[in-house]
Design a protein around this ligand. Structure first.
Ligand code: WTA
Length: 637
């Protein structure tokens, strides 16, 4: 494992140097650690001007053989997944590598029996139960492309995604438990499918056993289908041999336009990159229990609950519930119960748990923890120290991992215990990652300690390959702002040691509790509400969520009950996108600050939402400066 594992600072620098000087040689050596049907010889072809990137293009493999089969001989009886249910009173489940292998094969048979095949898009809308992991891996086993949709999205969001991907199969549950809630997943799917007649099969897994409708000819029960393949004596599925550049999954994410885009990852590069980054950033050692608290509906769950850890033969803990139910000690109970070694969570969870004080921590045994990670948004200094002091007891390195749905895996992060941590800094790039900062004109910023826009000058194996069905959009979104560079959409600074500090999005994307939400998407949803003439949405600092959503709305029904209208608008947003996109504040206004050419001056609205009343910058280009005073007067606290 010598070229794979970074075990000293010197090795980090050495690997980094090699990866920049000779990326092909470097990644060929890393890739040699995996199981290929055909070892790749052609390591990298790339072009950022007319975006086209191919890693390991002549390689052939099946990712599930890397995640499952190759571990069976040595670690068949090692737990692959430990599942902790929402309700601590319910029994947990442990699936060894043997168990997971068997179940993935069985469900892969179910998919095949239902006619699914290589290249089909399969939408997965389930709660955090082991069957979700099984479904994802079963898709990969047969070469189908999975598209997991987070359980918080609305029927409308699902049907948009189903249509975009033309998915003929849906895998869901009757319902899902989340804290005290019982979420009607199948009901939401039923609503989504009204607009999706091309969906021919819905496989429904039992979880809450709430009453649901099962449509004859379309809907089947997971458990019945498993029985059928058992009766037929169907066991292992021969894993489909895939090309390294075949698509593994689509994951929809928000951008600065109104419509979410389907980020596409391909098999070989994603596998190599998620596994390499997992093992190194967290300094994973065989036997470690890894607990990533994300939902598999987001990229973090894909990469660091499933593919990265399973490829390493690790034990990955999957948690169905939320950090504050039945009480705010839930994470710490889980750490104690399973002697968790690596804990990977989001700053928003840390801030929320901070608010509950030490009562839920005192007396719990957290001594198994060796590494703490954060992801999803900038972590403020107070939360960083709280995590370090009270959870890690100043004895576990905190890794602040910066990356994106588009990057597939961690890009900028300290390496636990090997490179130095610096609170609020994601610190240094991983081998293979070549960041730079540019000014508005795309000119590289060479000096340190100034803000710039974060870009990448070269490809890495885990990067997105396209946005589903629309390569032009992919090129435009990521490669046209600064020609020849991948633009992340984030702002950052760099200190004299080369450590990067990510300051947040510089585009119209919000980061609410670590969830990406486009302002244009929320505006579209608000504007669909009857009576709304126009709206403008901006982010503002929020103590727990990181960013809150502030909406300025022009409503023609000015004499109605404001509070009721507000609630109606929230309901509309919940219907159109999902509850995660609900504005925290809605201010009714009679006009929006616009330039003479009709463009909304969001900069001003952002400042007002942040509480600024004086230094609003240049307002001389405004069509009607009076509207600004009115907005300031009506600002919600
Ligand atoms: C933000 C999540 C600061 C950033 C893996 C990025 C972060 C967006 C960090 C991607 C971090 C993620 N420090 N900001 N450690 N990690 N971000 O696609 O703005 O859900 O562009 O991927 O989250 O969010 P996404």
């Amino acid at each position: 494992m010598s070229v794979f594992k970074i075990s000293s600072l010197e090795q980090y620098h050495q690997q980094y140097r090699e990866s920049v000087e000779n990326p092909e040689k470097f990644w060929a050596r890393i890739a040699a650690h995996f199981h290929w049907h055909k070892q790749p010889k052609n390591i990298l072809e790339w072009n950022f001007d007319n975006f086209d990137v191919k890693w390991f293009r002549d390689g052939e493999l099946n990712i599930t053989e890397n995640c499952l089969d190759r571990h069976l001989a040595d670690r068949g009886e090692t737990p692959a997944l430990i599942w902790e249910p929402n309700d601590p009173e319910e029994h947990h489940r442990v699936l060894t590598y043997n168990d997971l292998h068997e179940k993935v094969n069985q469900f892969a048979q179910v998919l095949k029996q239902n006619g699914a095949k290589k290249g089909d898009r399969i939408c997965i809308y389930m709660g955090m139960i082991p069957e979700l992991a099984i479904a994802v891996l079963a898709c990969a086993r047969i070469g189908a492309i999975h598209s997991v949709i987070f359980g918080g999205f609305s029927a409308k969001s699902i049907s948009d995604r189903l249509q975009d991907a033309q998915a003929a199969y849906v895998i869901t549950c009757d319902g899902a438990y989340r804290g005290a809630k019982d979420i009607p997943l199948k009901e939401v799917i039923d609503d989504a499918l009204i607009a999706c007649p091309f969906v021919k099969r819905v496989i429904v897994c039992t979880r809450t056993r709430r009453p649901i409708s099962m449509i004859k000819g379309r809907d089947v029960w997971w458990e019945d289908e498993i029985k059928k393949v058992e009766t037929l004596g169907l066991k292992n599925v021969h894993p489909e041999v895939m090309n390294a550049e075949d698509e593994l999954f689509i994951l929809y994410t928000s951008g600065s336009t109104g419509k979410p885009k389907g980020v596409v990852h391909t098999i070989g590069g994603y596998m190599v990159y998620t596994n390499y980054s997992f093992v190194n950033v967290f300094q994973y050692k065989p036997g470690d229990v890894h607990f990533c608290t994300a939902d598999i509906g987001w990229i973090t769950g894909h990469s660091y609950i499933l593919y990265g850890p399973l490829c390493a033969g690790a034990t990955s803990l999957m948690f169905e519930g939320i950090p504050t139910w039945p009480d705010a000690g839930r994470f710490w109970d889980i750490v104690e119960k399973y002697q968790v070694n690596i804990l990977y969570t989001a700053p928003t969870a840390i801030r929320s748990l901070m608010g509950f004080g030490m009562d839920h921590i005192t007396g719990k045994d957290l001594s198994s923890l060796k590494v703490l990670g954060t992801v999803g948004e900038p972590i403020n200094e107070e939360a960083w120290h709280w995590y370090d002091n009270n959870i890690g007891k100043n004895n576990s390195p905190v890794v602040d991992t910066w990356w994106q749905t588009e990057t597939g895996g961690i890009m900028i992060s300290n390496i636990a215990g090997i490179t130095s941590a610096k609170p609020t800094f994601a610190t240094l790039p991983l081998p293979g990652v070549q960041p730079l900062l540019v000014d508005e004109n795309g000119v590289e910023i060479i000096e340190n300690n100034v803000s710039g826009n974060l870009c990448m000058r070269a490809p890495w194996p885990g990067m997105l390959r396209t946005t589903y069905g629309d390569h032009e959009r992919c090129k435009k979104t990521y490669f046209s702002t600064y020609p020849g560079l991948y633009f992340t959409g984030d702002g950052a600074t760099r200190d004299d040691e080369g450590n990067y500090r990510i300051t947040g999005r510089v585009d119209d994307v919000l980061n609410v509790s670590g969830h990406r939400i486009g302002t244009a998407e929320v505006e579209n949803a608000i504007n669909m509400h009857a009576g709304v003439v126009e709206s403008a949405v901006v982010g503002y600092p929020h103590d727990v969520k990181g960013q809150g959503i502030y909406a300025y709305v022009i409503d023609e029904n000015t004499h109605g009950d404001e509070e009721l209208t507000r609630r109606d608008i929230l309901q509309t947003v919940t219907r159109i996108i999902g509850a995660i996109a609900k504005p925290d504040k809605i201010q009714f206004v009679s006009g929006l600050p616009k330039t003479r050419s009709g463009k909304i001056m969001r900069r001003i609205l952002r400042k007002i939402a942040e509480g600024e009343t004086q230094n609003l910058g240049d307002t001389s280009t405004l069509l009607d400066p009076g509207v600004v005073d009115e907005i300031i007067k009506g600002k919600l606290v």
